[in-house]
Design a protein around this ligand. Sequence first.
Ligand code: ATP
Ligand code: MG
Length: 157
Amino acid sequence: MFFKNILVPYDESDHAKSAVHIALGLAGPYPEAKVHVVTVIPSAALPNPTLMGEGFDVPYALGDPDSYERIMNSVVQRASADVQDVVDQSRDDARCKIVADAVIAGSPVEGIADYVTSHDIDLVVMGRRGLGALRGMLGSVSFGVLRSVDVPVLTVK
Ligand code: ATP
Ligand code: MG
């Protein structure tokens, strides 16, 4: 197996689902290979602890870092569980290892680029487009990843 750690950045789009299938097709026969299916949660999409106070309907106790931490963990856990469902549905008879993961980062591109270095990724397989409504050949996340990582990137429809 030429690629040992394949990253599939996952955003629930049809293109990202194709990317999961293609990555599993590549790594499936190899028990020593690992496919990482990862959703990046942009930190801007999370409740902001500095926006606390009257008029804000915040779901966590004011100024309580433990409760904020718990919310962050549950967001990550829920996202990982969603990815795990997709992985379970697509794994067929793949013999490779598959991990479903979610990370919080400043932006999807930043989260994906960090994951590539921290997990020794040697190939990224991702959708050409995602959930965005814009038309065109390549989404901004795919474009940003192509620009910022040094490993091969396979983009799929
Ligand atoms: P844009 O977001 O620029 O409006 P888009 O949504 O059509 O355009 P991208 O966001 O670039 O296109 O999505 C392309 C691919 O990038 C997706 O198929 C998926 O593989 C990956 N991707 C996008 N967003 C995320 C995310 N938050 N976490 C992980 N992977 C993502
Ligand atoms: Mg998008």
